[in-house]
Design a protein. Structure first.
Lengths: 335, 679
């Protein structure tokens, strides 16, 4: 009989137990943004630090003065602005290293310090890349189709319903697309969790591609066998993350006119951190679900084979039979 | 222009004798005597097909030959023909951009096709002229343009004589494009009827429709009868004078307008009416707002800003003589918002609009009632005289009503002033074209917009700082009162400013032969003044010079530098310092400037530099160091392209850079997090 632990509390517990993974992810994102924004800061400082005109951005936030700064930035080669974007792909790669490391920590309770995180991350990096590619192949057409329907819906609204009702109904269409995107997201998240689980069970002997293929079915069964609590947990945490971003951004915006930077910085970073926390929380909840719904059959078969191999040396024919049996099992889960 | 006035009384007498005019006067007459020289008189009977987005009409046009010479032909504008891929308008829009629509795609949507076709044109005493009508293309020779057609008369129209044209025409409105057409069940009838050119400065002035140009026409009277489905609400130029229900489910609405140069209408079944009254110096004015039901706050917002704007214009520039101004709230997503017609304009808003953009657009378009509607400059050739002057008065009026630094956005966390927006658009395109370029000869649409709107508003604000606000206000009022209901030119405007500035001692008359007077100028009714403002006009109006002054460096060192520095802070303040400030004229625009120097002991002093040389050095010996130096400390020379280099302070302020990079970095982080959520 499988366990049915609370996904919210269980996920939060895992997240907090492995808090360094969250903190490292946040710190790396912040550090990369700060590092790559530094040349831009220098360029803006060159315009504003010794100019009295910039006082309208000190005790106030004058959009005309802001436009003037932007205009001056665009006067030059613009390299400083362009270079800031490098932080995003680098963060992207680091995220693909840290997340599998965090999933290993969630499932094994091992240390979530940076080095072990990255060590695990390197082991699973390409598996996550493959899952991402698969998710793009599957989710892409689904979301593109929904997006096309949403465009038709928007066009219909544009013709027939205007003003606030039109905006709300148009937003409802977008919400539907986002809800489907969330469903796809939670499914492929679970695939990542099960891929790591399989990796932990099988060690390094099993090919990565096979592990990914084998993760399709358990992810599907776990999601749709526990659909409402899984999906609602995921959506709830997504909303919490978005709400954190919205409210802190709003508060940060309202502190733009203050003659100091730190309130805006702290508020914006609080929102970003909470948003990231909810994402890791989602990962924790998904891990709880996967741990409560483990991959039973293949793991047991493999374990028994290992025991037999140790106790009685198999003949080549027996080994071949075992191999065939293992392959059959794989086909069962393949797409 | 004066020769037009000679005929005006006689023309009015003829018009006033007609029963129609007598009836209309009872409800819609602006003044006991005509305010304008009424060259044209229109009687139009139009049926609008709201399903097919088309219109069939008959037009009786009476044209009075006040040119002083016989006329052998009359050109007509057929603007709706611009909405075809072959037209000059569409070609220019495709290749160099338009101010409303880019039309960059390689196909021309069928629903954006528009046209106006004259099925018959005849003239009393001249016979059927349909066969004598041919398309012309006076600007670029594009014979596929079809926005101008010329009617050749079988015999000349004598000076002082009148010709009555009788036309039948069919309009096909396009899906909204460039101020015109339909959007959903809303229809905007702008430039929708055949309209003759203006005989101006000895020749017909009838330009083709271009991507950046607007319009030019004579003053006259309009009697328009518009038949529409009964569920439609209609706003139009002039005053509503009749409303009759027809048996076929339609209704016929009558409108009468006088001393106006154009007639437009807007029709929608979704309009709600909000009315207000402004009691102006020429009597009550009805503020008649037709706002969409989906924009419930728009009606009161439009009404309030227009009532306040009417008061400001009345006080600053002169009275509004018409009995009504109609505000149209067009369908969202159309190309129709923000356009002016006589006594009617379109605004631009949304169901949620937290800034003052609604007010800004409404004020701007109302301002065109003065700068275009009454002071009827040639928008093809002198666009700066309507759009530019109007942008300048817009900034001043909105500053009075909403605050100088908050007239676009007034929130606790951020603000924006309209003057900054004008200055920014100028700073983006400062030097490709002079403001006096003909509208369709600008480098591209962006240069047209930046220079015509932004630079003009900015250069006139700078001029205001040179001659003083009171003098500038008086000059603007003088210009309006003198040239309302006429077609003035660039030099008429500039010379009026010079006259007022000289009379108030804010400018001097230059001696004959002064090099500043060498710039060739065009036609004007006002005699030359040749004032000390000419160097400014030559650079700012006729030239493309860029104004950019900078404080290059500020330094203070002990005069007796070889002696050891005193260790005590008080003693440091007792020794004399030699302070040096370097000023730099980075642009090619020469303008005398004021510099304010602030010292560490709190003292402030102002110096002046004529700006003729490329740079200058200011030196001060004082028992205090220089803390800051600022060119234009009153922030009045808005034409300076770069405000940031106008000053240098030794007290470093890192807050602005910190704020902006914090926002930028947080946005980067957020984007990165969202991206990893998605994949």
């Amino acid at each position: 009989m499988t366990q049915q632990r609370n996904l919210l509390t269980g996920g939060l517990r895992l997240t907090l137990q492995s808090w360094p993974a969250l903190v490292w992810t946040y710190v790396l994102n912040l550090g990369l943004a700060a590092f790559f924004t530094f040349p831009l800061r220098a360029q803006i400082a060159g315009i504003t630090v010794h100019s009295l005109a910039s006082q309208r951005l000190t005790g106030a936030f004058d959009l005309g003065t802001l436009a003037g700064v932007m205009g001056k930035l665009s006067d030059g080669p613009g390299a400083a602005v362009g270079s800031t974007y490098f932080s995003i792909p680098i963060y992207f790669v680091l995220y693909f290293l840290i997340v599998p490391g965090a999933l290993v920590c969630y499932q094994t309770g091992s240390s979530a310090q940076l080095f072990p995180l990255l060590q695990s991350g390197f082991a699973y990096f390409w598996r996550l890349v493959r899952i991402t590619l698969v998710s793009l192949v599957i989710a892409g057409p689904i979301l593109a189709g929904l997006n096309a329907l949403d465009s038709l819906w928007s066009a219909y609204l544009d013709k027939h319903i205007l003003g606030r009702p039109g905006f709300l109904l148009g937003s409802a269409g977008l919400v539907v697309v986002l809800l489907v995107a969330a469903l796809l997201r939670v499914y492929f998240d679970l695939m990542q969790v099960y891929t790591v689980q399989l990796g932990l069970q099988a060690g390094s002997g099993e090919k990565a591609g096979r592990q990914i293929r084998r993760a399709f079915k358990p992810a599907w069964k776990a999601l749709f066998g526990n659909f409402f609590r899984t999906y609602l947990t995921f959506v709830l945490l997504t909303l919490v993350g978005l709400a954190a971003i919205f409210f802190t951004a709003r508060m940060a915006m309202h502190s733009m006119a203050q003659p100091r930077v730190w309130p805006m910085f702290l508020l914006a970073q609080t929102g970003l951190f909470v948003s990231l926390l909810t994402r890791f929380w989602q990962r924790g909840a998904e891990t709880i679900l996967a741990l409560d719904n483990p991959i039973p059959i293949e793991a047991v078969v493999v374990a028994e084979v290992i025991v037999v191999e140790v106790e009685t040396a198999p003949t080549p024919a027996q080994a071949e039979e075992d191999k065939d049996a293992s392959s059959d099992g794989a086909e069962e889960f393949s797409i | 222009m004066s020769r037009f006035r000679v005929f005006s009384s006689a023309f009015f007498a003829v018009l006033a004798a007609s029963p129609l005019a007598v009836a209309a006067q009872s409800t819609a007459t602006n003044s006991p005597v005509p305010l304008s020289t009424r060259v044209t008189s229109y009687e139009i009977d139009a049926h609008l097909d709201t399903d097919k987005k088309s219109l069939d009409a008959t037009e009786v046009l009476t044209y009075k030959n006040l040119t002083g010479q016989p006329l052998t032909s009359v050109p007509f504008h057929l603007y709706l023909n611009a909405f075809r891929p072959e037209s000059t308008f569409t070609s220019e829009t495709h290749f160099t951009g338009g101010i409303r629509d880019s039309e960059k795609a390689d196909d021309y949507p069928k629903e954006k096709l528009g046209s106006i076709a004259i099925s018959k044109i005849a003239a009393d005493g001249f016979g059927d002229l349909t066969g004598a009508t041919r398309f012309t293309a006076p600007d670029d020779g594009n014979m596929q343009d079809h926005t101008v057609a010329e009617v050749t008369l079988p015999h000349p129209l004598a000076p002082g004589a009148t010709i009555t044209f009788r036309l039948a025409f069919h309009d096909q409105f396009p899906l909204s494009i460039a101020r015109n057409g339909y959007k959903r069940d809303f229809i905007m009838g702008g430039q929708w009827y055949p309209k003759p050119g203006v005989f101006w400065h000895g020749a017909w002035n009838c330009h083709q429709y271009h991507s950046t140009t607007e319009f030019f026409s004579d003053f006259g009277t309009f009697n328009v009868h518009l038949t529409v489905p009964q569920r439609y609400v209609v706003g139009a130029s002039g005053v509503p004078t009749g409303n009759r229900a027809n048996a076929d489910g339609t209704k016929t609405l009558d409108f009468y307008g006088e001393d106006i140069g154009d007639f437009a209408f807007a029709a929608s079944p979704h309009f709600t009416v909000t009315d207000g009254i402004y009691n102006g110096s020429m009597g009550p004015v009805q503020v008649h707002v037709l706002a969409l039901a989906s924009h419930p706050k728009a009606g009161p917002r439009y009404r309030d800003i227009i009532e306040k704007t009417l008061a400001e214009f009345d006080r600053r520039y002169g009275p509004y003589p018409y009995k009504i101004v109609t505000v149209i709230d067009p369908e969202p997503g159309s190309q129709i918002g923000g356009m002016e017609y006589p006594t009617l304009f379109t605004g631009e808003t949304g169901w949620w609009e937290p800034s003052y953009m609604t007010e800004m657009v409404a004020e701007h378009e109302f301002g065109h009632q003065y700068w275009y509607g009454m002071v009827a400059t040639n928008e093809f050739e002198d666009a700066w005289l309507d759009e530019g002057i109007n942008s300048y008065t817009e900034v001043n009026v909105l500053s009075s009503i909403l605050g100088r630094d908050t007239s676009l956005l007034d929130r606790p966390y951020a603000n924006a002033g309209d003057y900054e927006e004008q200055r920014f658009t100028y700073a983006m395109m400062p030097d490709f074209d002079p403001v006096t370029h003909w509208a369709f000869k600008f480098r591209n649409a962006a240069s047209y917009a930046g220079v015509t709107y932004g630079k003009t508003a900015t250069l006139l604000a700078t001029l205001e700082s040179i001659i003083g606000r009171d003098t500038m206000d008086e000059a603007m009022r003088t210009y309006f009162m003198k040239f309302r209901f006429t077609h003035p030119t660039t030099e008429d405007f500039l010379r009026t400013i010079e006259q007022v500035a000289v009379s108030r001692g804010r400018a001097t008359v230059l001696p004959a032969g002064d090099p500043a007077l060498a710039v060739a100028v065009g036609y004007a009714d006002v005699p030359p003044v040749n004032s000390s403002l000419r160097p400014y006009f030559n650079q700012a109006v006729y030239g493309t010079q860029v104004l950019d002054y900078a404080v290059d460096s500020v330094s203070s060192s002990p005069v007796r530098w070889w002696e050891p520095a005193p260790g005590d802070k008080n003693a440091k303040n007792q020794i004399p310092y030699r302070s040096t400030v370097y000023l730099h004229r980075k642009g090619d625009f020469v303008l005398p400037v004021t510099v304010e120097i602030v010292f560490s002991d709190g003292a402030r002093l102002r110096d002046h530099w004529d700006g003729v040389e490329r740079w200058t050095k200011l030196t001060y010996i004082r028992n205090a160091k220089v803390v800051s130096a600022e060119i234009d400390p009153d922030h009045a020379i808005l034409l300076d392209k770069d405000f940031f280099n106008n000053s240098f302070t030794t007290k470093a302020n890192t807050v602005p850079a910190g704020k902006l990079t914090t926002i930028w970095a947080a946005a980067q982080q957020l984007f990165a997090q969202l991206l990893t959520w998605m994949v």
